[in-house]
Design a protein around this ligand. Structure first.
Ligand code: SAM
Length: 295
């Protein structure tokens, strides 16, 4: 349930940032519909034929991209979303220890280190972590290969901030998502922040961003165009050459804002603010949530 007293709800934001990198995140066709608290239709992705955990498929994706010599495995959160997170990082009055969940290629983590945070960035995909270690060398930035649902080795109450740019929505199964949020809550100190940017269904985009009708329809079509979990081929321009990369389809849980809030709340967080944004011209709609572990 949405905690109205504490939740700051903003309308839709569109950061006017162009992305020169192909931005590909094709979710699965929605298969079922039910009424949400927003009174709209809730879209849920189908269970793909490839039921391996998403990070296993991501590992294949990173490998395919690197084998093709594509410099940035884009299509994940891309630069547009990273830019949105910048505001959160920049406006904190105090820095501290920060954990980046599902860091991908580490661009957000590197940005946080530049801003003065002491960063541990984790991802379950070994190739991504290897790439991160090669690419980013800031002295206050560490990378570790780990599953966000298995963080027993990380001390409780040891981080001031947690970032989640597109990791929560990779945990399609709610039970797995709960396990992750349990760890996220545990490793944060009381008062610590969890900042998330994760996909929402088109109906949430419509409800939160009523003036973005065309883009909402685009997003709705985008969600439904991927029907069967078949491998995806992306085209990249690399040094004047066109390179095709085929990789497994990865799916995402299109949790509405209320559903995201309710999972966070059940894990013990207090959600301070929520908004739905579309960060750039070719970007999907995502919820930007700021939650805290109560002091
Ligand atoms: C959509 S990408 C986002 C990457 C990065 N945060 C960004 O903004 O570019 C999701 C990332 O989450 C990672 N991931 C998915 N499930 C995970 C898990 N259980 N544990 C750790 N990482 C996971 C994937 O390997 C992938 O790199």
């Amino acid at each position: 349930m949405l905690e109205r007293g504490r939740l700051v709800a903003h309308g839709c934001g569109t950061a006017n940032i162009r992305c020169s990198i192909p931005h590909e995140r094709r979710p699965l066709r929605t298969s079922s519909a039910s009424k949400t608290a927003l009174g709209s239709t809730k879209e849920r992705c189908t269970v793909p034929s490839d039921t391996r955990p998403e990070h296993v498929k991501y590992e294949e994706r990173y490998r395919a991209v690197y084998a093709a010599g594509v410099p940035f495995a884009a299509g994940d959160h891309g630069h547009e979303s990273v830019a949105l997170c910048r505001e959160f990082l920049e406006t904190r009055t105090q820095r501290g220890k920060l954990i980046d969940f599902g860091c991908g290629e580490g661009f957000t983590a590197a940005m946080a280190a530049e801003f003065g945070y002491e960063v541990l960035a984790i991802d379950a995909a070994p190739s991504a972590i290897a790439k991160c270690k090669q690419t980013h060398t800031h002295p206050h930035l560490r990378f570790r290969q780990a599953d966000v649902c298995e963080l027993g080795e990380i001390d409780s109450d040891s981080f001031d901030f947690a970032l989640d740019l597109g990791c929560f929505h990779m945990l399609v199964d709610d039970a797995v998502a709960r396990r992750y949020l349990g760890h996220a809550h545990r490793v944060l100190r009381p008062g610590g922040f969890w900042y998330g940017q994760n996909l929402v269904p088109a109906d949430d985009a419509a409800a939160w961003c009523p003036h973005e009708r065309e883009r909402v329809e685009w997003w709705r079509e985008r969600i439904s165009e991927q029907s069967d979990g078949a491998p995806i081929t992306d085209t990249f321009e690399v040094e004047g050459k066109t390179v095709e990369v085929t990789r497994p389809h990865t799916s995402a849980a299109f949790r509405g804002v209320r559903e995201q809030v309710s999972l966070l709340t059940a894990a013990g967080f207090r959600v301070d603010s929520a908004r739905v944004v579309t960060p750039g011209v070719n970007s999907p709609f995502e919820a930007v949530l700021v939650a805290r572990k109560p002091s």
